[in-house]
Structure formats: C-alpha cells, structure tokens
Design a protein around this ligand. Sequence first.
Ligand code: CAA
Length: 292
Amino acid sequence: MSALTSVNHITVIGSGTMGSQIGMVAALSGFETTIIDIAEDALQRAREQLESRMARDVEKGRRTQSEVDEAFTRLDFSTDRDAVVAGTDFVIEAAVEDLSIKRKLFAALDQIAPPHAILATNSSNIVSSRIADATSRPEKVCNMHFFNPVLVMKAVEVVAHPGTSQDTVAITAALAEAMGKQVIHVHKEIPGFVANRLLAALRKEALQLYSDGVVSFEDIDIAAKSALGHPMGPFELMDLVGIDVAYMIRLAEYEQTGDPESLPNPELKKLYDAGRFGRKSGQGWYTYASAT
Ligand code: CAA
C-alpha cells in the first residue's frame, strides 16, 4: 500500500455511467474525490442516481448509513475543472471515447495538474500511448479500465504504454486494489484490452446471428443466460453499457485498425442513429420503464 501514499485526492472527469460510479467507489474507499463535468445538470443527475443507489444499498443492508454519509462528505461535484485538478493527485478520465477530445483534455490537464499527478484514462479502446504524447509527463499516463456497473464489477485492467513508468503502474494498481478491485495487468497495448475483447467476440457473433435473421435478439439473450450461465445476455449488456458506448468503441477500433470488420454492425448503428442509447435513454434493444 506504500505506493499509494501520494494519493489523497482523486479527480474523475466525466459524470456519465462510468465516471459517476468510479467517483462513488473512490469516495466509499476513503479518498477525497471530485467528479467533474461541463454541465451542472449532468452532475445533478449523477448525484441523484448515486444517492438513490446508495439508499438502496443501505435499505438492502449492503452498506451502513454512516458509511454512505461519510462517503458523500468526501465526494464533490464540480464544473470548475482547472481549480480541482490544480490540487489533485490522480486523475481518472471517463469522458467520451473520442481521441481528439481526449488528447486536448490531457494536454490541458497536464498544464494544470501538480507534477506528481498521474493522468489515467478509463478508455477501454483508446490506448494511452495515443494520448500520452499530448502531455509533458508520458511516464505518468496509463489506462485504468473499470467495468460497468463499477459499483458491482470487481475488475480493473491496468495497461501501461511502453513509456509508462513502473511507479505509475504500481500506484495505479495499488489504487485499484484500495478501491476493492482485482487488477488485471495487461502487458501489451491492444485496443479493447482483455475482457472487452472476449465480450466483443461474443457481441459480434450475437449481432450477426440477429441481423442474419437466424434468431431474435431476445432469444440470443436467453441462450447466453440459460445455456452459458452468463448473468446477462449480450443485448441486455449493450443496453446497460450504452448503445452509444458500444457504437463508439467500434468506431474507435476501426480508426485504429482500418479494418472494415471493426465497424459497428448496421443494426447497432440503427439504434445509435435513433438515439436509443439503452437503459440511460429508456430505450435500446429493450424498452425500460424509466431511464436509469
Ligand atoms: N449500477 C449499480 N449497481 C447495480 C446496477 C447498476 N447499473 N445494476 C445492478 N446493480 C446492483 C444492485 O446492487 C442490484 O441490487 P438491487 O436491485 O437490489 O439494488 C444488484 O446489482 C443486482 O441487480 P439485478 O437484480 O438487477 O440483476 P443481476 O443480479 O443480474 O445483477 C449485474 C446485475 C451485476 C449487472 C449482473 O447482471 C452482471 O454482472 N451483468 C454483467 C455485467 C458485465 O458484463 N459488465 C461488464 C460490461 S463491459 C464493460 O463495462 C466494459 C466497458 O468498457 C464499458
């Protein structure tokens, strides 16, 4: 745990599905944490969703009220990125999966963050060597990849690029462990890393079977659950992760591989174009009573 002595305050950039829960887990684990977004209403929504998740956990006896209250005293929400980052020790970026946005963001973070601060990206698909050279501290840049829902899933993939220092890897892995996570060390940069590549193979086959008219998407989900024992089918999981995220991951991979096989399946594109982003928009493959 000594690797972690330099981390007191964590900044999470982005208050979406991933960023908000990463921030909550960090605060629950004892870290002073601030979640940053450009829009007040996005932060407000994130706060409300986290409050209702935590209330549910207390009601179910999974956490105590005082644990949750203390975590909320450590958790801030802010639109004032620069003021927060100027005093932080560790940044976890969970913004949109777009390389040019991430490069601009990391260049700006590098200007403001204290020299010792590590700049990690939660990106599952954009490897950190593509971002690190936008900063003056490439040795302090890496991927720290969480899984959805972050409050529940135990894994974090830590991925170094060739110029990431051993210290950065050690601190990032120790932080993930302090957040109650199990670390998967990925030794080579590869888009998607490990868990998502396993998932992508399944998702790709599922979309193909559906678009070929072999079977309904509902029955594919039933097969994954009742024949393979998965907790969710691939279509339910796309709705959980976000149709927009699943779509952008494909585009980001295509951008890196140039292989048309990487492009989003047309059925996925249809949902994306229709703004059916999954649970968070109330409709994706399935329809939900309310957006969550
Ligand atoms: N956020 C936080 N907690 C959640 C949640 C969410 N969105 N959904 C469920 N939970 C928790 C809650 O504690 C919930 O209990 P309550 O309903 O009493 O509050 C508990 O999990 C059980 O939920 P459910 O009864 O609704 O359903 P379940 O037993 O099927 O569990 C699940 C839900 C944990 C999500 C489970 O289905 C599962 O493990 N699914 C697979 C998830 C997965 O594969 N994740 C990886 C995605 S890939 C990724 O994340 C990579 C990326 O790059 C984006």
